[in-house]
Write a protein that binds this ligand. Structure first.
Ligand code: CO
Length: 472
């Protein structure tokens, strides 16, 4: 290996986004982040993932923070490091499809407020749902990365991945990420997958996985040997379990090889020291549950992401049907098959999971069908790799003709209406507020009212209900 040409591995640090989303329900506050940014900025990371995903919703809903303000503060601190966000294609950061003008405006504002790299994905890997966001990012001179949601199934052959990589390059994206949200990619399969993507395109390849099933660091090793250029890791106090492999461990693994990252372990140790008490505090308060820290082999057996497993447990608990856990786990792959075998990632994971719970609790499959399931089967989320189960589709949408075009082609421009909305008219303090409202109308309205109450005279009664509405 020593004789090989040097090819330093690049690192994306996830502690400010995915790691705390995965381990402490996205509850890290801006105040907790700011004191360590100066040090993190000196590390020499390829990028720091710090925005998007669930952080936007969680900031508004639980932390009573303006996500745009957070982004601007992070940008102020990170003077030398690229900031990265996770973006759900035509869903932006929400759960429905939005019109192109809303997607474009969101991308524009994200980049204007400090984002350098936008990682864009679609829960069906339907590339049509990524096209508007990719073009918008390019137009704003941002780096557009397309993330492929990794999953298993008959349709997902190496040829499928290779062809998809080719299409991604043709779309004008700057890089490809393998997004393995459930930790399903095992080491030797990673070798083949990275090779397939490299055969299909000449774009840089980034690897993103979760430690849920216990194989993540081995998968990174094989992926890097196969030619992956960047890996996603998290500072050790927020690593492993349902989060990413530890940054320090991966840096040490490649030290002295042609992949040497060149990152300074002493500096990383200082950063880890900063996050360590936060971990201990979260464990003490129960915010970090030891259940998510170990190896969960069920994720490999049922191909279900860690976050979805914990949602499932709480849904069943609420219904007083915890004894149905096993039955639901077995129902999930069947529902997934009926829905054209999509990857299970937000929002498809919630849609498939909720329907599987209903199918089991009702004692009859598809006796009740959720609104979101109907949308999926009507083609409103796009195309899956395999066709839908015709019988189930018929049950869900009757004789309605499913759509086959790009779903957003049927959505009229929405931005002007959002701008004219009375809530936005009354409460908006910055241009970005219309986007917060477009994505999360109810949550944003509550936040706007809260913000208003902070700056004007606080009515103690209002403040009291607000505190109750936002348990942190
Ligand atoms: Co992730």
């Amino acid at each position: 290996m020593a004789e090989q040409v040097k090819k330093p591995l690049k690192i994306t640090e996830t502690v400010l986004r995915d790691a705390h989303q995965s381990l402490i329900a996205t509850r890290m506050t801006t105040e907790q982040m700011l004191p360590i940014i100066d040090k993190m900025d000196k590390v020499g990371y390829h990028s720091v993932e710090c925005w998007g995903g669930a952080t936007f919703d969680a900031s508004l809903r639980f932390l009573k923070e303006d996500p745009w303000e957070r982004l601007r503060k992070l940008k102020d601190g990170f003077k030398n490091t690229k900031l990265q966000m996770l973006f759900r294609g035509q869903n932006i950061l929400g759960y429905n499809h939005y019109s192109d003008d809303v997607v474009e405006y969101f991308v524009q504002k994200s980049i204007a407020n400090g984002i350098d790299i936008i990682r864009i994905f679609d829960c069906f890997n339907d590339l049509r749902n990524l096209k508007t966001a990719v073009s918008a990012a390019k137009k704003e001179k941002g780096h557009a990365q397309i993330a492929l949601s990794y999953t298993l199934g008959d349709a997902y052959t190496l040829d499928y991945w290779k062809e998809t990589a080719k299409k991604i390059e043709d779309m004008g994206a700057d890089s490809i990420c393998i997004k393995d949200m459930a930790g399903l990619l095992v080491p030797y399969k990673a070798t083949e997958l990275v090779q397939a993507l490299k055969d299909g395109s000449s774009l840089p390849i980034q690897m993103h996985t979760h430690y849920t099933s216990g194989v993540a660091s081995m998968t990174y090793l094989k992926a890097v040997e196969a030619g992956a250029d960047v890996i996603d890791t998290a500072m050790s106090p927020f690593s492993m379990g349902t989060s990413q492999p530890a940054t320090e461990v991966m840096v040490e693994t490649f030290k002295g090889t042609c992949y040497d990252t060149g990152l300074d372990q002493n500096l990383l140790a200082e950063i880890a020291n900063y996050f360590q008490p936060m971990r201990e505090e979260a464990l003490k308060s129960g915010l970090m549950n030891t259940k998510v820290l170990g190896v969960n082999i069920k994720t490999l057996l049922y191909q279900v992401p860690g976050g979805m497993l914990s949602n499932l447990v709480s849904q069943l608990k609420e219904a007083g049907a915890e004894d149905k856990y096993q039955a639901v786990l077995e129902e999930i792959p069947r529902v997934r098959k009926d829905y054209g075998e999509p990857p299970l990632v937000t929002p498809s994971s919630q849609i498939v999971g909720t329907q599987a719970v209903l199918n089991v609790l009702q004692g009859e499959r598809y006796k009740m069908i959720t609104k979101e399931s109907k949308k999926v089967l009507a083609g409103e989320f796009g195309q899956t790799v395999k066709p839908f189960n015709k019988e189930v589709q018929k049950k869900a949408i009757g004789d309605t003709k499913p759509i086959t075009c790009r779903p957003a082609d049927n959505i009229k421009p929405q931005l002007e209406n959002f701008k004219k909305d009375p809530v936005v008219q009354q409460y908006a303090k910055q241009e970005e507020d219309v986007l917060s409202y477009a994505l999360f109308p109810a949550v944003a309205t509550e936040f706007f009212k809260y913000r208003e109450a902070q700056t004007t005279k606080v009515d103690p009664k209002v403040a009291d209900t607000q505190n109750k509405a936002y348990p942190v």
